[in-house]
Design a protein around this ligand. Structure first.
Ligand code: ZN
Length: 498
């Protein structure tokens, strides 16, 4: 009788738990997305619309919100590799380690575990697909910089779909005669789709796919490093978006046995490393758009879908407020039309073109002088017109020009120190107007938010360690009592045996 009771109890548990199975899992990771990256974006959107307060992003309206600690095994401040390993495999490891523990032993990512249970797997990012965060889901290497090694492990995973900018190191620098990672992947049965149009052409016939940004490399594209899709703020119409990547992943990935998708907003981190608030906020909005696509899928499968959103760490020590004034003014940064990174690149390349010796018989290139730089600063940052500059700020920008044009003797001392990057100085000026501050160009130990909706979402409530997140996902995706779901109904339970 006791046996009967136990087996009936187990059966009931099986039925109960099976009803909660997260057959479809979306796992969004905003790289560098601390609490202020999220709130700052919402407050910026509100101020832009003339409101004080916040305009909510889509994902912050999800019913469950929690917090996660992010420290790594080797330091209170994690890097993306250790945090990626924690979020992929539930194991604390040393900074730089991708999918291996502190003793350098490979650990199993939940993507691999779920693959072994028959789930289809998609790993997506807006940076290169061999970058630390996505790599932690399919590769095991002690050093995140071993890009070729990481990329070589990608086809070995046998995962169904990958997407991102491309490979950071498609050829082995120590042995350039080895096949490129693109041809290795093709040999292993992957179809390479280059851009959205190419994806649509190939999706019907491809068995497994790697979707990459179309523009990278052109002629030598199989050998050229592709580090990221352009920042959302700099993007052209034919650049891939994270929403397109998410759409493609859903469309392409087989659904019969369920799927697990990791989708990384990889460039929030890059914007914050550059202390470029507007570029970072645009990347948060970019990830929000991708989450909306996942939510559409959730609406069609509400009883079997789980969406979890978190971050690997905070980047930049972003502060909404500075100098003791209660005067947050985020609409000031809205004047910016280009990331600081691209702006600096643009000015440098315009200058270099202007001093290039013309080929024989060709006209001399048009000059590019300080007045032209000023015009670019007006066009892309609103300086000298909408925003008046102090002498100190103007001098700091002129210093960048003197440095670039070889007039270093003219450089004067400013509060910006020895900073000669046009983009960095310009965004620092806007930070002052917007009352934003940064404490570092690296990561911080700040906690990160966790949001969830769908099957078992309530498990992500409250404080948790980052290593708990994948374990909770795994438990929800493969409830322990699986797979026997018997048809017959349980008999009435007799508790006491006389
Ligand atoms: Zn980072």
């Amino acid at each position: 009788m006791r046996k009967l009771f136990i087996s009936l109890a187990l059966l009931c548990l099986t039925l109960f738990v099976s009803a909660q199975e997260a057959k479809y899992v979306f796992y969004f990771i905003g790289d560098g997305m601390g609490p202020n990256q999220v709130l700052g974006t919402e407050m910026y959107l509100a101020e832009k619309a003339g409101k004080i307060g916040y305009s909510p992003l889509f994902f912050t309206k999800f019913p469950v919100a929690g917090m996660a600690r992010t420290y790594s095994k080797s330091n209170g401040i994690t890097d993306s590799a250790a945090a990626g390993t924690a979020l992929a495999a539930g194991v604390k490891t040393n900074n730089s380690a991708v999918g291996v523990d502190a003793a350098k032993k490979p650990v199993m990512s939940i993507a691999k575990t779920l693959q072994s249970k028959g789930r289809a797997i998609a790993i997506c990012t807006s940076v290169s697909i061999d970058h630390a965060t996505p790599a932690c889901f399919y590769a095991n290497v002690p050093n995140r910089k071993s890009y070729y090694k990481i990329g070589s492990q990608l086809p070995e995973s046998g995962f169904d779909f990958f997407a991102g900018a491309g490979f950071q190191s498609p050829i082995d620098k120590n042995n350039p005669n080895k096949p490129s990672l693109y041809s290795k992947a093709e040999t292993a049965g992957y179809t390479i789709a280059r851009g959205w149009a190419d994806f649509n052409e190939k999706k019907a016939t491809a068995k497994k796919m790697i979707l990459v940004q179309e523009k990278d490399g052109l002629k030598n594209r199989d050998f050229k490093a592709a580090s990221s899709i352009p920042y959302e703020i700099d993007r052209d119409n034919d650049d891939l978006t994270l929403a397109q990547i998410t759409k493609a992943a859903i469309e392409f990935t087989p659904k019969e046995n369920g799927f697990f998708m990791m989708i990384e907003g990889g460039m929030i981190d890059w914007g914050c490393h550059n202390n470029d608030a507007l570029a970072a906020f645009h990347e948060v909005i970019e990830m929000d758009e991708a989450i909306k696509i996942a939510y559409q899928f959730y609406q069609e499968h509400p009883d079997s879908t789980l969406i979890v959103i978190t971050a690997d760490h905070e980047t930049g020590g972003l502060s909404l407020g500075r100098d003791g004034d209660y005067t947050l003014n985020l609409k000031a940064i809205d004047a910016q039309q280009k990331s600081g990174y691209e702006f600096n690149k643009m000015v440098r390349s315009r200058y270099k073109k202007s001093i290039k010796e013309p080929e024989e018989g060709k006209k001399k290139p048009a000059p590019y002088v300080w007045e032209d730089v000023k015009q670019d600063l007006t066009d892309y940052f609103g300086f000298y017109t909408a925003t008046e500059l102090t002498d100190d700020e103007n001098n700091a920008l002129m210093n960048c020009w003197y440095k670039l044009s070889g007039n270093e003797k003219k450089i004067v001392s400013t509060s910006f120190g020895e900073e000669y990057d046009f983009g960095v100085v310009a965004t620092k000026i806007l930070d002052k107007r917007g009352q934003i501050a940064w404490t570092t160009r690296g990561h911080t130990a700040a906690n990160v938010p966790v949001y969830a909706i769908g099957v078992g979402a309530e498990k992500f409530n409250g404080w948790q360690d980052n290593t708990e997140i994948p374990m909770k996902i795994l438990e929800l995706a493969t409830p322990k009592a699986r797979p026997e779901i018997k048809e017959e109904k349980p008999e009435p339970v007799v508790i006491f045996e006389q």
